[in-house]
Design a protein around this ligand. Structure first.
Ligand code: MIC
Ligand code: SF4
Length: 734
């Protein structure tokens, strides 16, 4: 812990005291933290409010665009503590050491840029191999009652230490770094009342897998999930972090737990005794008032939670393990498990590794072996080194596990999986958080399921996804049937965490200029987008009408495309390539009315743009689910898309579209989606008063008016008029 962190926490607790002593209770914890970070007093009818976060964190794949935008604001230094984490660009292939060497070689230019920018503008720089952003933030920067924004949708992980931690696009981060206040739609607050106690095979992961099933992938959009009740006290801080991390899978703005003994123990174990002492003094402000009122309350009795296996394709397909074998049979999935992966930002705590090692150790003792490839991704170098010292990694490796770099690797399509391309229907189980189609290995035939680290390890021992360690036996090498006992594992390392201070470089302010090679294929300076012409949009062509689920992975794929995250021109070639065209069921094949032929989405967009024809994208529910990557909004903007009209949006993506100057509209009547034809042309009128209405011109000459809704605040309308939020800053209009 640096003195800086303690100062931030202490100053914050003083503010918290002042702010909350003026507020009349009863308040939820979320309200307390929000009030203490308000930049301006809140009016009763506000839908949006301005906040001053304590920190910004960025990961390498999103930091590039965030910094490119920040640099165009011409600010000398970041105005609040900020960190960059090199995690997303490292592959999972041959194991940590070799993969890190490859990453350094392949991404040298990008790492150089990030490190230079960090030094130039005053940002902590966490090197490749140091760990995954959310785990590193939890270990080093998170503190109870604070507010952090991060350019990654799983930033809410820090809610495990009682922080309001919110995922945002790079433009939001750039603005806040440049000293502006941060705007957020005031969230609903969903209370999740936890009673009872987890036992046996059940873990914090299973609670969140169950909750995602209950609330679905969009059930917590624009809501904060606040956990309360006696049940919280038995869940470790890292277990709480897992639950907060996966709030993103329900669209939640963030999730949070109250400060308690588990958090205190974690703060002490990670060398932050002084923050624990400061937090103790304001404990009453770091929890909800006893009679706080929530917008909705969900009850979960932890004693009755059983392990879950969720998937495939969506994290809300939640199956209790006791009925999973039947589901596999009914759906016709193969039984065999073709790979098991544990770790990631979600489940790579010491406790997760200890419980998995407990399962693996039993396997070794009972004469079992791993029956599927087994991959371990520690969340941070600190966890890795500590687990190595305590013999946990040796147990997992002895059973055949491969330890990958402490980075995103397999979780974000950077998994060099042997034979993945030609592989037919096959199952993988991970303890990650997302399981969208093709996300891990790029193969759309892979069924990805999500489970706890310990259940994943047990499934790897059996080699089948239908195995239930609570009830089923396994045949060992001696031909005997053996039963696995419930896993056990310390929450925190008895001998403390090992730390490697060389993982991070603090700014020395020696770099004067951040250079970008104009010939680079990886980095490209940004050209400002054109402002709105002041006229209604007329004669827009339909770029694509998307059918079904459309996550940011569908809009801007990751995997091999990650290398272009700093080059808008190059990455735009992946636009919507994984989205399904509603008219032909095909991917990346859309009708172009200028050429009168079918083409790739990005190629078609380019033709329209170069012919001066604006375009519109039409989509269904929860468009832009998943990642915070603003490329999913910048690419269509760059390629001439003016409007995205959807049945509903995911929160971060909706803001990203608005920030980049695209008009984000929803159907007033969701069924009107069905009215859209492939060759229709569109006018969007009422733009000067910001009361848009869409008029459809059919090929038969008829017209249809489509009522649409929007959620633009007054500030956001400026973003549209100026062409992007960044133009507003550039031109000094805030
Ligand atoms: C993810 O889990 O989808 C990612 C990759 O971490 C993204 C960020 C990105 O696309 O760079 C996220 O969650 O925001
Ligand atoms: Fe990285 Fe996966 Fe976590 Fe995203 S979810 S931050 S890709 S480990």
């Amino acid at each position: 812990m640096t003195q800086n962190d303690l100062t931030i926490a202490t100053e914050h607790y003083n503010r918290l005291n002042t702010a909350l002593n003026q507020e009349k209770g009863p308040l939820t914890l979320t309200e307390k933290i929000l009030y203490a970070h308000l930049a301006q007093p809140l009016a009763k009818d506000n839908t949006y409010a301005l906040f001053r976060p304590d920190r910004v964190a960025m990961q390498d794949a999103t930091a590039q665009m965030a910094l490119l935008q920040f640099m165009s604001a011409q600010t000398d230094r970041v105005t609040l503590p900020t960190s960059i984490h090199c995690d997303h660009l490292v592959r999972a292939h041959q194991g940590a050491e070799k993969d890190l060497a490859v990453a350094q070689k392949e991404n040298g230019e990008v790492y150089h840029f990030l490190a230079d920018a960090a030094d130039r503008y005053g940002i902590d720089f966490w090197k490749p191999g140091a760990g995954i952003i959310h785990q590193v933030v939890l270990e080093n920067y998170a503190f109870p009652g604070g507010m952090i924004i991060g350019t990654d949708s799983h930033t809410p992980n820090a809610g495990g230490l009682g922080m309001l931690a919110i995922g945002v696009g790079g433009a939001d981060a750039a603005e806040v770094m440049a000293g502006m206040e941060w705007e957020l739609k005031i969230p609903r607050i969903i209370g999740v009342h936890l009673t009872g106690r987890l036992s046996g095979w059940a873990s914090a992961k299973d609670v969140i897998l169950k909750l995602v099933g209950l609330l679905t992938v969009k059930g917590a959009t624009n809501a904060v999930i606040e956990y309360f009740g006696q049940g919280c006290s038995s869940i470790s801080a890292t277990g709480k972090a897992t639950m907060c991390n996966m709030g993103a899978e329900m669209g939640a703005t963030c999730s949070v737990f109250a400060y308690d003994t588990k958090m205190k123990e974690y703060l002490m174990a990670t060398g932050r005794q002084a923050i624990a002492t400061a937090a103790d003094k304001v404990q009453q402000h770091l929890q909800a008032d006893p009679d706080a009122v929530y917008d909705q309350v969900i009850q979960i009795d932890l004693s009755s939670v059983e392990p879950y296996i969720n998937g495939p394709a969506t994290p809300d397909a939640a199956w209790p393990i006791s009925c999973f074998a039947r589901v596999v049979q009914e759906k016709g999935y193969p039984e065999e498990l073709s790979a098991a992966l544990i770790g990631s930002c979600t489940n790579s705590s010491y406790q997760d590794l200890a419980r998995s090692a407990s399962v693996a150790r039993q396997g070794a003792e009972c004469g079992l072996k791993m029956n599927s490839p087994f991959i371990i991704t520690p969340g941070s170098e600190s966890v890795r080194a500590t687990a190595e010292r305590d013999g946990l990694l040796a147990v997992l490796a002895k059973m055949g596990g491969t330890v990958m770099a402490s980075a995103c690797g397999a979780c974000i399509g950077q998994w060099e999986r042997q034979g993945a391309k030609g592989m037919g229907a096959n199952n993988i189980v991970t303890s990650f958080n997302r399981n969208f189609v093709a996300r891990n290995d790029g193969n759309p035939s892979t069924n990805a399921f999500v489970a706890s680290a310990e259940v994943t390890t047990a499934l790897a021992l059996s080699g089948r996804i239908t195995f239930n360690p609570l009830t089923d036996k396994l045949l060992n090498e001696q031909g005997e049937w053996v039963m696995l006992r419930e896993p056990v594992g310390d929450e925190l390392p008895a001998e403390g965490y090992l730390r490697n201070e060389e993982c991070v470089i603090h700014p020395s302010y020696t770099v004067r200029e951040v250079a970008i090679d104009p010939a680079s294929t990886r980095l490209q300076l940004l050209e400002p987008f054109a402002p709105w012409s002041g006229e209604d949009f007329t004669n827009l062509a339909l770029l694509i009408k998307v059918a079904g689920k459309c996550t940011t992975d569908h809009i801007s794929a990751a995997g091999q495309w990650l290398r272009f995250r700093g080059h808008l021109g190059n990455i735009s070639q992946n636009l919507l390539m994984a989205a399904t065209n509603a008219f032909n069921g095909a991917k990346d094949k859309v009708f172009n009315s200028v050429t009168n032929s079918y083409d790739r989405v990005s190629a078609s967009a380019l033709v329209y743009r170069d012919s001066g024809v604006g375009t519109i994208v039409v989509a269904q529910e929860n468009y832009g689910e998943g990642s915070s990557r603003e490329h999913a909004a910048m690419e269509p903007r760059f390629l001439g898309v003016r409007v995205v009209l959807a049945q509903s949006f995911a929160r971060i993506h909706e803001t990203n579209l608005k920030k980049q100057g695209i008009l984000a509209l929803t159907f007033a009547n969701k069924e009107d989606y069905d009215l859209i034809g492939e060759r229709d042309r569109f006018d969007v009128v009422g733009l000067s008063s910001f009361e848009p209405c869409v008029i459809l011109h059919r090929v038969d000459g008829s017209t249809v008016r489509i009522a649409v809704l929007h959620t633009y605040s007054e500030q956001q309308k400026l973003w549209f008029r100026f062409g992007s939020a960044f133009n507003v800053i550039r031109l000094g209009e805030h």
